[in-house]
Write a protein that binds this ligand. Sequence first.
Ligand code: DHB
Ligand code: MG
Length: 212
Amino acid sequence: MLKYESVDEYANALLGGEDEALTRMRSEAEEAGLPRIQVPPEIGRLLTFLVKLSGARRILEIGTLFGYSTVIMARALPEDGSLVTLEVEPRHAELAAANLARAGLADRARIEAGDARASLAAMSGETFDLVFIDADKVSYPAYLEAALDLTHKGSVIVADNVWRGGGVTAPRDDNTRGPARFNEMVASDRRLLTVFVSSRGGDDATSVSLVV
Ligand code: DHB
Ligand code: MG
């Protein structure tokens, strides 16, 4: 019998998957019937890495769910750093708020409940060092436009789920058309230097763009 079912499992065992607090958050969210679509450990590690490497002090997250990636990024911030996360589903925002409080991060991370497009429009003029997009896939192009308005040279714009099981290579619905358009936009925008980091056994990827 093989010790690991996949190389992701091997790498996560080697490099560290999730700690007890994150495991608890995940199982409670599952019990509450939330979708099991939080970032996998390899993307959690990528987010920690990018926050540290970029020296980000201000983070914007679009799509909170129950605050799994929120906790991961907020932990990686310096003491005086701050994070704003946008969530359309009130029940998700509530659970995420409880999770942030329990993780001792409530002073560093703020949840804004409501439609992300409206929240983003109201943020005009603010700047962030790192933006993480992980929300409704249809709106990825709009979220990228907003992220470009809210960042500066040296900022990092990250987006989860940009391959969609390969669906973006021949988009057939809005959930693949959104990320496919997003990918074309980051690829052709001369302000951005982009890499796709594959995850979930190559089924999906996270896009990482440096604003140059
Ligand atoms: C879906 C959304 C996600 O953010 C994800 O990581 C996986 C799947 C979805 O809506 O299908
Ligand atoms: Mg995702």
